[in-house]
Design a protein around this ligand. Structure first.
Ligand code: URA
Length: 433
């Protein structure tokens, strides 16, 4: 088999065989296929797409490209949720403790932020001492003991995806439906949970910009998961605007804790309750409606917050930071982004807010970049709110004063203000089962 022939076949609109897809992923994993041929095939897939069968084969090949954690020693049903990536998306920090507080096992392997989107691992590392690397034995012991552990993915975990993602990121081939589906589901299936709830974001801050595209991506991923014997649900949720008010690592941990105290923003709370309800429901705790009541109860009675504190403690983090979030290190500088006019905020483009936060130091341009955990943005107004001339739309935080100008410029062009209030958009567009 020759990589040249595989690239040519896909370039000309052909359907790749299972053997050809396995040959490709095998060569990505062992380094025998050069980057330029991997990139060329990604571009051909970007333009020509893949059938459901090809996408499923690609996913299974990614899943099988590395080592798997042996979860046979975990007692009970394991449930996970995965977001396709967004801005201000701190839902895992809220949802995982809610679900674990009901005795369901959440053995979470999360990612880091890249580009305008944030990652759960970076947020957790904003908590002093929190270890996102555990040995397999520690990971499993903690899941059995307290029901929840959250770690980063190791190098040996679905390594084909690491290589592919790095190349897609620099060859403008990230936003390809089959490549996204195989990347996300390859990793999810390698983690081998029993039930998976997908949060497929839609809108400017996500990889899928329209509801129809997001629905299609969700359908493909749900079908792949079911094919692999998993219980699956996907929610299509709004990512046209940042979720909640906080963007940036420690700022998002603080907002997640507020949400677990029952004082979170309505949009974040709504998405978290629905995600948690579907996770609990797949795990056999009742109908989604019954489980919604359970999710709310875990917030009201404090059991979800206690579960987060227990998890932080177990992974070496300072639990006092969760109990008293004012203890998080603050950025040296802050800067108010003020409205130049009066009117309704019609649009606060999520991608641009994510990029502004990155410019402040909260994210990374390259995988090896360091992060400023205290940097980010706190919105004072959201889409649909009325703002007066001179009033704060957002406050920016950074340890680098010189970053404010570029960040504010982004926010200025990303924030539309007009006399007419915008139509209210749904928070959850659809649920795909
Ligand atoms: N998240 C992933 O893990 N992979 C993608 O391709 C896109 C989002």
């Amino acid at each position: 088999m020759r990589m040249y022939d595989i690239i040519k076949k896909k370039r000309d609109g052909g359907e790749l065989t299972t053997a050809e897809i396995n040959y490709f992923i095998g060569g990505v994993t062992d380094g025998s296929i050069p980057d330029y041929q991997i990139s060329a095939l990604c571009m051909a897939i970007y333009f020509r797409g893949m059938t459901d069968r090809e996408t499923c084969d690609l996913t299974f090949a990614v899943r099988d490209s590395g080592e798997k954690v042996d979860f046979s020693a975990v007692h009970g049903i394991r449930v996970d949720k995965h977001s396709t990536g967004g801005v201000g998306d701190k839902t895992s920090l809220v949802v995982a403790p809610i679900v674990a507080s009901y005795g369901i096992k959440v053995a979470k392997m999360s990612g880091r932020g890249l580009g305008h989107t944030g990652g759960t691992v970076d947020k957790l590392e904003a908590i002093d001492g929190f270890r996102t690397t555990l040995s397999d034995a520690e990971f499993i012991e903690q899941v059995n003991r307290i029901g929840l552990a959250i770690v980063g993915q190791s190098k040996q975990f679905a390594p084909a995806d690491k290589k592919l993602y790095a190349l897609r990121d620099v060859t403008a081939t990230v936003d390809s439906m089959p490549l996204i589906a195989a990347s996300i589901m390859g990793k999810k299936l390698a983690a081998d949970d029993d039930c998976i709830v997908l949060d497929v974001k839609t809108g400017s801050g996500s990889f899928m910009k329209t509801v129809d595209e997001s629905r299609e991506l969700a359908r493909i991923m749900v079908d792949i998961g079911k094919n692999a014997g998993k219980k699956m649900v996907a929610l299509i949720t709004n990512m046209d605007r940042p979720l909640g008010y906080a963007i940036g690592n420690s700022l998002e941990v603080i907002e997640a804790v507020e949400t677990l105290r029952g004082k979170g923003p309505d949009d974040l709370t709504g998405v978290c309750i629905t995600l948690a309800a579907h996770m609990l429901s797949l795990a056999g705790k009742g109908t989604p409606d019954e489980c919604e009541a359970l999710a709310r109860k875990a917030i009201v009675d404090g059991s979800a917050l206690n579960k987060l504190i227990e998890t932080v403690k177990a992974q070496g983090g300072d639990p006092k930071l969760i109990e008293h979030t004012e203890g998080f290190a603050k950025a040296k500088y802050s800067h108010a982004f003020k409205s130049r006019v009066s009117g309704y905020i019609r649009r606060a483009d999520a991608e641009a807010y994510g990029l502004a936060s990155l410019a402040l130091g909260a994210g990374r341009n390259k995988v090896e970049d360091a992060i400023d955990y205290s940097a980010g943005i706190v919105l004072k107004k959201k889409t649909g709110d009325y703002v007066h001339e001179g009033e704060d739309i957002a406050v920016l935080y950074s340890n680098s004063q010189s970053s404010f100008e570029a960040a504010e410029e982004r926010l200025l062009s990303a924030t539309e203000i007009s006399d007419a209030a915008p139509e209210k958009e749904p928070l959850i567009y659809d649920i795909i089962k």
